[in-house]
Design a binder for this molecule. Structure first.
Ligand code: ZN
Length: 406
C-alpha cells in the first residue's frame, strides 16, 4: 500500500481517548482513532496520525474514554427461580437452619432449575444478561451446576449456548457439574464416578462446554475428588478452572495448577506456595468481591503476594442466586478497590485483559490492539479510573460488539 492508496475500513471511530489495557496497563492513546474491518481492529493510534482512509461508516464520539468491552469471566447466570424470598426471610429473623429445613439454599436452586424448561431458563438469564451488557459487558462466562444430572446440566449448557446466539455478546460455557451433591446421591465418590463416566464424556462429545469447573471445599468436594474429575476433563481435552480456598485451605488451588488450570477463583485462603504454583502454571486469580461482601467474609485474598509473583488478577460478578446476586461488573470493580485495595488500573485490567486470560481468549480479546476483536465501550467519563470510582450509575455512551454499535 502506497501512501496515496486509502486504507479501506468498515468503520472508523474517533473523538475519544483510549485506555487500550495492553499488558494490563491503561496504555493510553489520547485523541485516538480506531479502524475496523470484519469486526477486527486494523488501525489504532492518535487521530492526527491516521493515514488516508475510506470508511463505510464514521463515528464521532464527542469525548469520553474507550476501553475494551468488559469481560465477566465467572457467572452462574442460568438458573431457575431466585432466592430473594430467603433473603427476605433471613432479614425477618428466620434462621438458616429453618430455611434449610424448608428445602432452601442451593437445593432450592437445583430444584427450580430442574423444574424449569430450557426456554424459561433462557428468558430469566436473558434479563440478567441484559443488565450486565448495559453496564459494558461484551463477553460473559456462564456455568452450569444447578442441574447435577446429565439431562439438567445439558439443558443449562444448551441455554447458555442459545443466549450467545440471541445477543451481541460472546458466551463461554463452563460445565460445573461438580458444584454440589444432587439429592439422588448420598456418596460423593459415587457422584464423581458418575460425572467421570457419564456426564463429562457426553459434554465433550457434544462440544457444549469450553471448560470444566468444580467446587473444592468442605461443603462440596475434596481435593482428591476434584483431581479425579479434572483428570477425566484433561483426557477429554477440556481445560479446567476451580472454585477453591473460599472458606478454608484444602490445597485445591495448587492441585488445579498442576492441571494448568485457566483460573482459580475466590482464593481468599491461598498461601504463598499456592501463589507460586499459580505463577508457574499461568493460572489466573479470579477475585469475586460480590460473594465476599454478601457472605460478610473477613479473610481477604493475598493481593500483595499475587502482585509479588506476577499472577494476573481478574474480577468477576459470580452472579448467582445465593451468594452473589450481582448484575454489574463495574460495581465489582469498585468493590475490588474498596474491599481488596486493588488500584483502579488493576481493577480495569481484571475486567478486561486478565479476564480474557481466565477464559483462554487473551489472544483475541481483552485489549485494544491491531488484530484483536473490536469489542469496546465508550464511557461518559473523564478518566478511566472513574469506572471503578462510581457506585452504580449509567456510564455507557456506546457499546460496540465485533465492530458494530449494539
Ligand atoms: Zn461461582
Amino acid at each position: 500500500m502506497t501512501s496515496d492508496t486509502p486504507m479501506k475500513l468498515d468503520s472508523l471511530w474517533r473523538g475519544a481517548h483510549i485506555a487500550t489495557m495492553k499488558d494490563g496497563l491503561y496504555s493510553v492513546i489520547e485523541n485516538a482513532a480506531m479502524g475496523v474491518v470484519d469486526g477486527r481492529i486494523v488501525w489504532i493510534g492518535e487521530a492526527q496520525d491516521l493515514p488516508v482512509y475510506e470508511a463505510q461508516t464514521e463515528h464521532e464520539l464527542e469525548g469520553g474514554w474507550i476501553t475494551p468491552g468488559l469481560i465477566d469471566c465467572h457467572t452462574h447466570l442460568v438458573f431457575g427461580g431466585n432466592r430473594a424470598g430467603e433473603f427476605e426471610q433471613r432479614l425477618n429473623g428466620v434462621s438458616y437452619q429453618e430455611i434449610a429445613k424448608q428445602g432452601g439454599g442451593i437445593a432450592s436452586s437445583v430444584k427450580a432449575t430442574r423444574d424449569a424448561s430450557e426456554a424459561e431458563l433462557i428468558a430469566s438469564a436473558s434479563r440478567r444478561l441484559q443488565s450486565l451488557m448495559a453496564d459494558g459487558v461484551t463477553t460473559v462466562e456462564i456455568k452450569s451446576g444447578y442441574g447435577l444430572s446429565l439431562e439438567s446440566e445439558l439443558k443449562m449448557l444448551n441455554a447458555a449456548t442459545d443466549i450467545g446466539k440471541q445477543f451481541p455478546v460472546t458466551v463461554k460455557r463452563t460445565c460445573l457439574a461438580a458444584h454440589a451433591m444432587p439429592p439422588e446421591f448420598d456418596d460423593k465418590d459415587a457422584y464423581i464416578d458418575y460425572l467421570c463416566d457419564t456426564v463429562l464424556p457426553k459434554v465433550a462429545e457434544l462440544g457444549i462446554a469450553d471448560a470444566v469447573d468444580a467446587f473444592c471445599e468442605g461443603i462440596a468436594f475434596s481435593t482428591e475428588q476434584v483431581a479425579r474429575y479434572f483428570k477425566t476433563a484433561d483426557s477429554l481435552g477440556l481445560p479446567v478452572k476451580i472454585h477453591a480456598e473460599q472458606l478454608s485451605s484444602l490445597g485445591g488451588t495448587a492441585m488445579a495448577s498442576s492441571f494448568k488450570a485457566l483460573s482459580a477463583d475466590h482464593i481468599e485462603f491461598i498461601e504463598e506456595s499456592d501463589v507460586k504454583a499459580m505463577a508457574e502454571s499461568g493460572t489466573v486469580a479470579v477475585l469475586l468481591p460480590g460473594a465476599f461482601f454478601t457472605l460478610k467474609e473477613t479473610q481477604r485474598p493475598p493481593i500483595a503476594l499475587l502482585r509479588q509473583y506476577g499472577v494476573p488478577m481478574a474480577i468477576a460478578t459470580d452472579a448467582n442466586p445465593g451468594t452473589s446476586p450481582a448484575l454489574s461488573l463495574r460495581l465489582m470493580m469498585n468493590m475490588a478497590c474498596t474491599l481488596f485495595a486493588l488500584t483502579p488500573e488493576e481493577s480495569l485490567a481484571g475486567a478486561t485483559i486478565h479476564a480474557a486470560k481466565a477464559l483462554g481468549m487473551e489472544a483475541s480479546h481483552g485489549s485494544l490492539e491491531v488484530g484483536k476483536v473490536a469489542d469496546f465501550v465508550c464511557w461518559d467519563v473523564e478518566s478511566p479510573g472513574e469506572l471503578s470510582y462510581w457506585l452504580g450509575g449509567n456510564l455507557v455512551k456506546e457499546r460496540v460488539y465485533e465492530g458494530k454499535s449494539s
